[in-house]
Design a protein around this ligand. Structure first.
Ligand code: ZN
Ligand code: ZN
Length: 149
């Protein structure tokens, strides 16, 4: 069976750093099935996709009491009366404008890296695979512990 590496005309031991943006769903699968342990090393996201617009629309505004004496950690300014702010799902609050500008370039909270969904199918797939892999590793670790302790 032809592998992804044949298509790229490279030897497997000189694997290129693959930019996930350029992969199709099929080649992504092939790469991942090929060698899951290498997966994280050969696939990288050069550009973090922006947060999905619909996710940003869902963010709620905090009450004014929550803003008193607090500062936006993006622009480091204290909230002024009548300034609009948004609450991330992780409960971190930022100016609406600051946060929206930030989320046009990335999908995570600037303070805690909590991730919003993106519209990038490959990125979501990538995250899901990492999660699955972590779950598998946790299961194996647990199993190991239950057998040997
Ligand atoms: Zn701000
Ligand atoms: Zn946060």
């Amino acid at each position: 069976m032809a592998s992804y590496f044949d298509e790229l005309h490279v030897e497997e031991d000189e694997m290129p750093n693959v930019r996930i943006e350029s992969l199709t769903r099929e080649t992504f699968r092939m790469l991942f099935d090929h060698d899951p342990t290498q997966f994280g090393d050969i696939i990288s996201f050069q550009n973090i996709p922006p947060a999905s617009k619909s996710e940003v629309e869902k963010l709620s505004a905090p009450s004014f009491e929550e803003l008193i004496d607090e500062q936006c950690r993006i622009c480091l300014c204290q909230y002024q009366l009548n300034e609009k702010a948004l609450n991330m799902p992780c409960n971190h609050i930022f100016h609406e404008n600051c946060l929206k500008t930030w989320l046009e370039k990335s999908n995570f909270c600037p303070l805690c890296k909590f991730e919003l969904k993106t519209d990038n199918e490959m990125y979501e797939l990538f995250k899901q695979e990492l999660k699955n892999r972590q779950a598998r590793e946790d299961n194996i670790a647990q199993l190991h512990e239950s057998m040997f302790s």
